[in-house]
Write a protein that binds this ligand. Sequence first.
Ligand SMILES: [Zn+2]
Length: 219
Amino acid sequence: MLKNILSIFLQPNCPLCERATTEEICKYCQKQLKSHQLKDPKKSSQGDLPLFVWGEYDGKLKQAIAALKYDKSPQIGELLGFWLAESWGKNYLINSKIKPLIIPIPLHKAKEKIRGFNQAEIIARGFCQGTKYPLNPKGLIRIRQTKAMFSLTFQEKGNNIKGAFKLGKTLEKHSLSRPVLLVDDIYTTGTTFKEAAKILRDNGIKVLGVVAVSSPRHL
Ligand SMILES: [Zn+2]
């Protein structure tokens, strides 16, 4: 009896609403999050990078991504990555026999140190658990600190990200026959993805496209 009572108090709380839950996020918040899921996850993007997005960056999903990044709640990222994988599996954009290498958009190491982790990497882990695709968390390295994108004009964004990435050492032995899929938490203008894809393509690596947990409605 006492053990049962104690177990109620020892249950971790939902990182989004503080209710006691045995799951990463409580059922109530999961339902709210799923209301943001897009019916059509295939989105058009600029250039030749097909884009796949799980949900609309708004309301509870926006809150969840902020909690993932700033409240140090990586379990949210794993769950979102897993949902992204479920949606991907239902909407096969590529031949299901192709198993692309998953590379998250990297943070600069100074920023990653402050945050404790790279949220894109956590999402990519959840995505790879669901898809069984291989993951290379350090396939790309961010070599330059960049300014927050939201404060910049379109032109400035392009200049801000230029030369920000290089290939990770772990990717030097990459088989060119295996294509890459890039993963991040939010897709906005696509300038970051474009720059990341350029570095890979300049090195002869095929980039299939990009997958993101969320993007704003106007896209
Ligand atoms: Zn909750």
